[in-house]
Design a protein around this ligand. Structure first.
Ligand code: C5P
Length: 396
């Protein structure tokens, strides 16, 4: 990865502080970062912090004699493999959508012939405004990729979509866009399940769980980065599909199984979804009413096991990988699961560790019939890349 470089445009928004962490992650992975800081961005982070973390000069002026003498803005726009805008403010998106070029960042975006990835960040009303949504559609049609925004509490006190994606997630999208040196999984097909399922109790109520989908999405992205043709069968999440991944949205376990079967044949299946083990025996067509008496017990029936179903049958992928989220005796349970579900590998993680479920880090052990490998705690994106590399080895 040492030779890969990105041009990072940091716009003016409170999320600009996350661009520092993103820069740190990229440098740690050996990616070169050349920063452009907009005038508005400089109100939120200092050129000194950005420059120190990027280990490069920060560019900010279009009409700077020194900057132009060192590297003209046209050359700057083409000096990297990928242009990343994080945070991509409403203003930067609008300028890029309309081809305005009145400062260094907008001129660079207009002059570049490299792929562009934007991580939008703005107030929820600004994001949902028809003008921003129009600009988003124009930029997408122009070939710009997006990561986020996430939904959540915002610095302005409001709640909704508009939060910039977290640095590890943007990092993952960048790594996927940059691609590896080679594409060892080119020509291979992969199915990844991710996120929670939801099982209807009646038209308004449901059974679900706290899975964020982050680990599964990262794995789908990492496999795509190695050249695999990936179908991501996803329960409801707040995440954007990784670059190059085909996403199929489902709700219930039965829909997830049907979507996986429709995606066969595949060379590899990785089941990361937190599938509900049970569903209500009968999902009422009408909202259940309380009638003053004792509540009726909720009868449950077992859901199909997608991992086990994919592991048997004549269309079994060559490699089937399951996950085991446990709170105790993690490795013993994982080993038992390997036998019971007849998959090839189990990635076991201890979800009793605070911050694992829904968080950005994971500590896992890879359990195969050959033994157990314990991996250090690392970002979910790093777990995904390591697992994708291991999968690629199986197909060499
Ligand atoms: O049995 P348990 O739910 O702990 O197994 C976890 C593994 O099995 C995960 O890989 C999960 O995606 C998969 N699974 C499944 N279908 C189910 C239940 C679990 O694919 N109904």
């Amino acid at each position: 990865m040492d030779q890969k470089r990105i041009l990072l445009i940091v716009g003016g928004g409170i999320a600009a502080y996350k661009a520092l962490e993103l820069t740190r992650l990229l440098r740690k992975a050996g990616v070169g970062v050349r920063p452009i800081l907009t005038a508005a961005g400089a109100h939120f982070v200092t050129p000194l912090s950005l420059s120190a973390l990027a280990e490069d000069k920060v560019y900010s002026e279009l009409f700077s004699l020194t900057d132009e003498a060192e590297m003209g803005h046209i050359e700057l726009s083409r000096s990297a493999d990928l242009v990343v805008v994080a945070p991509a403010t409403a203003d930067l998106m609008a300028k890029a959508a309309h081809g305005l070029a009145n400062d260094l960042s907008s001129t660079t975006l207009l002059a570049t012939d490299k792929p562009v990835l934007m991580a939008p960040a703005m107030n929820v009303r600004m994001w949902l405004h028809a003008a921003t949504q129009r600009n988003l559609a124009v930029l997408r049609a122009d070939g710009v990729s997006f990561v986020g925004p996430d939904e959540g509490a915002m610095a302005c006190g409001e709640f909704g979509p508009g939060r910039m994606a977290e640095p590890p997630v943007i990092f993952e999208a960048i790594m996927a866009a940059l691609g590896p040196g080679g594409r060892p999984l080119a020509g291979r097909r992969a199915i990844v399940t991710a996120g929670p399922t939801i099982e209807a109790i009646d038209p308004v109520r449901m059974l679900t769980n706290r899975s964020s989908g982050k680990q599964g999405y990262a794995i789908a992205g990492a496999l795509a980065a190695l050249g695999a043709e990936v179908t991501l069968v996803s329960g409801p999440t707040a995440l954007a599909a990784p670059i190059g991944v085909k996403r199929v949205d489902v709700e219930s376990a039965r829909d997830m199984l049907a979507a996986c079967e429709a995606a066969l044949p595949a060379d590899v299946a990785v089941c990361v979804a937190a599938v509900a083990d049970w569903r209500p025996a009968e999902a009422g067509g009408q909202k259940l009413k309380k009638d003053g008496g004792a509540p009726a017990p909720l009868a449950l029936v077992e859901n199909p096991d997608i991992l086990a179903a994919l592991s048997k049958g004549d269309r079994r992928p060559k490699l089937v990988v399951g996950f085991a989220a446990e709170t105790n005796d993690v490795e013993a349970h994982a080993k038992a699961k390997l036998g019971k579900k007849r998959c090839d590998w189990i990635v076991a993680n201890d979800v009793s560790v605070a911050g694992t479920m829904g968080g950005d880090d994971n500590a896992v052990a890879l359990v195969t019939t050959g033994g157990i490998e314990r991996w250090d705690r690392m970002a979910k994106g790093a777990v995904a890349r390591k697992l994708a590399d291991r999968i690629a080895q199986e197909f060499q």
